[in-house]
Write a protein that binds this ligand. Sequence first.
Ligand SMILES: [Ca+2]
Length: 106
Amino acid sequence: MKGTCWLNIQDGRCEVNINGATLKSECCATLGAAWGSPCERCEIDVNECEVFPGVCPNGRCVNSAGSFRCECPEGLTLDGTARTCVGKDTSSTRILPSQVLPPHRN
Ligand SMILES: [Ca+2]
């Protein structure tokens, strides 16, 4: 379905439509801030988990609107990048069996 593509949203209203009907996906991926009549705000989300299958090494990727996050299985925790699951800091404690890292994979 094609509809109006809007350049701006001002005070919750869509302003300045671009000549010609476009698909929502085309409008929102390019110039549009909103699309359709009545207009709906463009919410562009990329499913990073599908685009980057290896984005969360050792963890599970969870897509969210405009972002994504990595969740770690029991016994692992996110490192400073918030992307990679690693064993909890064991430098000052004894390593328990449940905290041993799985074999490293690349
Ligand atoms: Ca996303």
